[in-house]
Design a protein around this ligand. Structure first.
Ligand SMILES: Nc1ncnc2c1ncn2[C@@H]1O[C@H](COP(=O)(O)OP(=O)(O)OP(=O)(O)O)[C@@H](O)[C@H]1O
Ligand SMILES: [Mg+2]
Length: 233
């Protein structure tokens, strides 16, 4: 197991949002956290990366208890985080954005750049372009590429499909799937896009009002009836 979240509760000031959440992910798995708007998906992701404090419970990552570890140290220990809305620097070029990713882990920088450009040829064609002038899909790919340059062991993706044209979403899914299988990279993805969830995830947790209310197998994820019931209002 690479990530184990045990009975975690967290939130903002006195308002607890994430309520007693337990999830566990094996190395190399692609797992989704699904759920409607405002149920606490992003709050959970921010808790995992350490931007929000864990009020109770425990987070173990790669054999260590990281519950009290600061965000930058979690990133250094291999947790790559792509925030909702992609979090790229619009006024920096593609290349400069990728360089920002290596500040977390500068090992093998050149090699990692080449790897990112191989997985995302669109980025290679646009090295000198300002990130803010790229399409939603290109920005999403840049945000994933940037995290990859830091050699993560797990990729936390918060709604990567947001703002991405429908026909590009599946292309992005294919690339993420390929990266995960070729590098053995674990992926924990928050999503509401049914197509992307079904395309790449092996299992899913359903979050509602801050709590895990169901754990779905791949068969259940692929069943439109079941998945729709958890995604639609
Ligand atoms: N900075 C904040 N301070 C206080 N409350 C917040 C803050 N950010 C989010 N919340 C609240 O926490 C709850 C969960 O929000 P969160 O962003 O985690 O949901 P989500 O599932 O990611 O939603 P979405 O699908 O819209 O991205 C909401 O009620 C929201 O208003
Ligand atoms: Mg969110």
């Amino acid at each position: 197991m690479i990530l184990e979240v045990k009975n975690v509760t967290s939130g903002y000031d006195r308002v607890m949002i994430v309520n007693n959440v337990s999830i566990s992910i094996d190395k190399g798995e692609i797992v989704s956290i699904i759920g409607r708007n405002g149920v606490g998906k992003s709050t959970l992701m921010k808790t995992l990366i350490g931007l929000l404090k864990t009020s109770s419970g425990e987070i173990d990552f790669d054999g260590a208890n990281i519950t009290k570890m600061k965000a930058h140290n979690r990133a250094k220990s291999g947790i790559g985080y792509v925030p909702q809305g992609h979090g790229i620097f619009p006024n920096l070029t593609v290349e400069e954005n990728l360089k920002m990713g290596t500040m977390i882990n500068s090992d093998g920088t050149q090699k990692n750049f080449e790897m990112v450009y191989d997985y995302f040829p669109r980025l290679a064609e646009r090295k000198k372009q300002m990130a803010g002038s790229m399409s939603g899909g290109e920005q999403a790919m840049l945000s994933i590429g940037r995290v990859l340059t830091g050699n993560p062991k797990i990729l936390l993706l918060d709604e990567p499909s947001e703002g991405v044209q429908p026909n590009i979403v599946s292309q992005m899914g294919e690339i993420v799937y390929k990266i995960s299988s070729e590098l053995g990279l674990t992926v924990l993805m928050v999503e509401q896009h049914m197509g992307l969830i079904q395309q790449i995830t092996e299992r899913a947790y359903v979050l509602d009002k801050g709590a895990i209310i169901a754990s779905l197998s791949q068969e259940e994820v692929k069943d439109n009836q079941i998945i729709k019931q958890y995604l639609t209002v």
